[in-house]
Structure formats: structure tokens, C-alpha cells
Design a protein around this ligand. Structure first.
Ligand SMILES: Cc1cc2nc3c(=O)[nH]c(=O)nc-3n(C[C@H](O)[C@H](O)[C@H](O)COP(=O)(O)OP(=O)(O)OC[C@H]3O[C@@H](n4cnc5c(N)ncnc54)[C@H](O)[C@@H]3O)c2cc1C
Length: 232
């Protein structure tokens, strides 16, 4: 089985001002994948031979999934410029940003586009282990930047006993259940203290992941319970 394959773009959907979700599918032999993995995308014409990584943001079928891309530079802009029917050279999904446990509670902490793998992780968990508790802490600059805002509201309505989301907004005044400022580590620790076997997942920029990893560790969370995925 080839490691790098050609995907077909099935849909391109705008999520927020500069964030788009692409649905990709491939026709070849199936190699199993799961939420928490990512693909490496190749655009040889850029001269960047290693390619760049994009997390699976939703699993649609054994041969189809989405990635969610924030447009900031060369690769991300090439991705969001793709049209339905276009081909994309990329790897099979790989990576280890997931738990092997079916019973732990999930505490997910993300900033901005760092939400991408959590969307897939939450959906997979609700499908396969619906009784597992999930708390999402999600930080954005403004309310308009909240990616998948409607989806979070739908999931809360559907799974009020299972899923809780905490939104934090750093660069505008907010009210109505949304908190201002960065996510305090004390909020994370407070809300997770009654969870059974909590595991902590951090995803965002390198500084975001580093700061919360240190904060959780200083707050007494064992390193073995902290999983990280830094976007760079
Ligand atoms: C494991 C992994 C998973 C990833 N998953 C995703 C994903 O699901 N969605 C996604 O959009 N990206 C994801 N990334 C990041 C992605 O791989 C690229 O690094 C990103 O798209 C920028 O590449 P570019 O070529 O578009 O920008 P470049 O042309 O490399 O950079 C353009 C400019 O933006 C600056 N810049 C780079 N990163 C950021 C940032 N995060 N915020 C602000 N400015 C920045 C650079 O310094 C530069 O000035 C992931 C990275 C890793 C390692």
C-alpha cells in the first residue's frame, strides 16, 4: 500500500472568516485511521519537500474525512483555494494524539485552530463511548473566531450529561456565559477534580501547549495524563 496517496476534494466549507473545512476522500485500499491523527500534505511546486501537517477534524467513512484549515501562509492558502473535484497529494493519516482508554474522562484544551483534532475526538467519543465525560476549554480572540460554534451548541443540547464547553475570549468584552481572558489553569483543575480518571489534551500553538503543559504539571496533574499536539 502506498504511503502517499491522492485524495479528491469533495467539499470546501467556510467556518469563520479565515477558516475552511475540506472534505477529502480516496479510492484506494483502506488503511484504518482514527480521531487524533493527521495527514501530511504535499505541494511539490512550493519546494517544501517535507510537506505540512493537518489534523483530521471529522471522520466521515473509512475512506473519507475532513481537515480544517486556517489561512495564514503558503500551504494553508493553497489548501483553501482547492475546488471540489481537485486532487491533493498527502499521506495516510498517522500520529498518536488519542487515548487507548475507553473509560477515562477527556479534558480538552485548545486555542484557535487547535480545535481541529478535538472536533473529531469528541465526535468519535460520543459515538463509541457515549458515557465518557468530556469537558472542552476553548480560547479565541473574538467570538467570531469560535470555530464550530453551532456544532458545540448542538452537542450540548444532545448530550448535556456528557459534554460541557467553556469558551474564553481574549480580545473583546463578552458576557452571557462566555468568559473574558485566557483560560485559567485553575478553571481546568477545578472542573476536572470530580471526573473519573481525567486525561488532558492540549492543542494549539507551541507557546499555548507549552504554557498549559507547565501549568497543569505545576497544578499537580501527572505528566502521563497530559497529551500534546503543537501546531507549527
Ligand atoms: C501535527 C500538526 C497538525 C496540524 N494541524 C493543523 C490543522 O488542523 N489546521 C491548520 O490550519 N494547521 C495545522 N497545522 C499547522 C500547519 O501544518 C501549517 O504549519 C500552517 O498551515 C501554516 O503553514 P503555511 O504554509 O500556510 O504558512 P507559512 O507560509 O509557513 O507561514 C506564514 C506566516 O504565518 C506565521 N505563522 C505560522 N504558524 C502560525 C500560527 N499558528 N498562527 C499565526 N501565525 C503563524 C509564520 O510565522 C509566517 O509568518 C498543524 C501542524 C502540525 C505540526
Amino acid at each position: 500500500m502506498e504511503n502517499n496517496i491522492i485524495y479528491t476534494v469533495k467539499e470546501v466549507k467556510k467556518e469563520t472568516g479565515n477558516v475552511f473545512t475540506l472534505t477529502l476522500s480516496y479510492d484506494g485500499a483502506v488503511k484504518p485511521f482514527r480521531a487524533g491523527q493527521y495527514i501530511t500534505v504535499f505541494f511539490p511546486e512550493t519546494g517544501h519537500v517535507e510537506g505540512k501537517s493537518y489534523s483530521i477534524s471529522n471522520i466521515i467513512s473509512p475512506t473519507s474525512f475532513t481537515i480544517t484549515v486556517k489561512s495564514i501562509g503558503v500551504f494553508s492558502n493553497k489548501l483553501i483555494d482547492l475546488k471540489v473535484g481537485d486532487k491533493l497529494s498527502a499521506s495516510f493519516p498517522y500520529g498518536y494524539f488519542y487515548t487507548e482508554s475507553d473509560e477515562s474522562s477527556l479534558v480538552l484544551i485548545s486555542g484557535g485552530i487547535g480545535i481541529a483534532p478535538f472536533k473529531a475526538i469528541i465526535q468519535e467519543s460520543l459515538l463509541k463511548t457515549p458515557n465518557r465525560k468530556i469537558i472542552l476549554f476553548y480560547s479565541n480572540k473574538t467570538q467570531k473566531d469560535i470555530i464550530f460554534k453551532n456544532e458545540w451548541e448542538d452537542i450540548i443540547m444532545k448530550y448535556p450529561e456528557t459534554f460541557r464547553v467553556n469558551h474564553y475570549i481574549t480580545q473583546e468584552h463578552v458576557e452571557g456565559g462566555i468568559k473574558s481572558g485566557r483560560i485559567p489553569v485553575s478553571d481546568i483543575i477545578e472542573q476536572s477534580k470530580n471526573l473519573s480518571d481525567p486525561e488532558f489534551f492540549l492543542c494549539g500553538s507551541i507557546t499555548f501547549v507549552r504554557d498549559y503543559w507547565r501549568g497543569l504539571k505545576d497544578g499537580g496533574i501527572p505528566e502521563i495524563s497530559i497529551y500534546t499536539e503543537a501546531f507549527f
